[in-house]
Design a protein around this ligand. Structure first.
Ligand code: SF4
Length: 87
């Protein structure tokens, strides 16, 4: 039986990034180099202390979320993890 819809998303209510600056988690497309790295570092620092990191990461990997930092991983890191995943 599939879980109720709210069960799929309840973990987001405990997300440490709620209310955080979205620029950290979704750096503008034209952001490159040290500026982008700093934004990603700041977002990941929030993620490492998040009580729902695992749920968030699993969701992003399962749905192949193409943008932003989820579960402490950038979109590029998730794509690499997906590429090398053993099926
Ligand atoms: S792991 Fe990071 S992106 Fe995911 S809910 Fe927590 S703080 Fe937000």
């Amino acid at each position: 039986m599939l879980p109720a819809h709210s069960e799929l998303w309840d973990w987001q209510l405990r997300a440490r990034c709620r209310g955080a600056d979205s620029t950290m988690f979704y750096p503008p497309e034209n952001t490159r180099g040290p500026v982008r790295m700093r934004l990603e570092f700041l977002a990941k620092d929030v993620c490492w202390q998040c009580p729902v990191l695992q749920e968030c990461r699993e969701h992003a990997l399962r749905t192949r979320e193409p943008y932003g930092i989820w579960g402490g991983m950038t979109a590029k890191e998730r794509a690499l993890a997906d590429h090398y995943a053993v099926s």
